[in-house]
Design a protein around this ligand. Sequence first.
Ligand code: TRP
Length: 337
Amino acid sequence: MEQKEAKKRVYSGIQPSGMLTLGNYIGAVRNWDSMQDEYDCIYCVVDQHAITVRQDAATLRRRTMETYALLLAAGIDPKRSILYVQSHVPAHAMLTWVLNCFTYVGELSRMTQFKDKSEKHADNINAGLLDYPVLMVSDILLYRSDLVPIGADQKQHLELTRDVAARFNNLFGDTFVVPEPYIGKVGARIMSLQEPEKKMSKSDENVNAFIAMLDEPDVIRRKMRRAVTDSEGTVRVAPEKPGISNLIGIYAALTGLATEAVEKEFEGKGYGVFKDAVADVVVDALAPIQARYKEFLADKKALEAMMDDGARAAEAIANRTLSKVYRKVGFVERKRH
Ligand code: TRP
């Protein structure tokens, strides 16, 4: 049981493919923060995943720095957890190659995210897009992760992780920990403000569809007022009222109230009043994070030093797993002289 204490290990990753949204905050980052005491947490900015769709190099570099700073600002604490950038730890790409040889093309081509992204980026169905889940499998398995907090859209990828881990263990003996999904609180799935049947996405072309964690208060208020609702005029959760249901979900998540309590609070009040109230709680939740973010981003040297420390800590764990895998599959160990 080398270096494993009583605490379970949590692993998760986030793509620097756009600025993080309120959906990322409520659905993921906020939970990452609250898990840090109970678990041994490792969080990764997965820049290697991001290049499966075309990225502008300067933009990706900037967003990677910004995402890292924003995670720090949102409470990810390098003293308690490991926070690092994926491309800083070569073991991810190295394990991916090995695990590619233990994953079937059929398994990958069946992934719904692959099918969706192939449709969306029909001019660029590159091998990385197909192979992306194996990189994610490697992220998780390198760190002997017990729990992986993920949204519903990543469940298939976690299933694959479990299958590949078990397959490898069967062939070579106990090597990987077979991870469990960690499903956050219900109602934590935040939807687009413009098309509330769709998940809020940081890469949405319509900026009114999402609230970025770094949006200024007046921008947040304006986007809220423009949020798509319905003509009924009552603040209540219902499947035929996805827009209002989503706003209730946001309000409930940020105030800690039950949705019924939110409905009660806004009984007899119009959508205008309700939307302004939702905007207020969002502004209040994000303001302190935004202030800390500016401080972190202002000191690039300090940020780079934190990234380096994070990569060092991650690498120590990852390289141990990778060596074990190399030995098991029959690679000759390089003896340095
Ligand atoms: N694929 C995930 C997403 O797009 C991000 C991710 C990459 C991840 N590696 C991971 C999540 C490992 C959890 C664990 O959201």
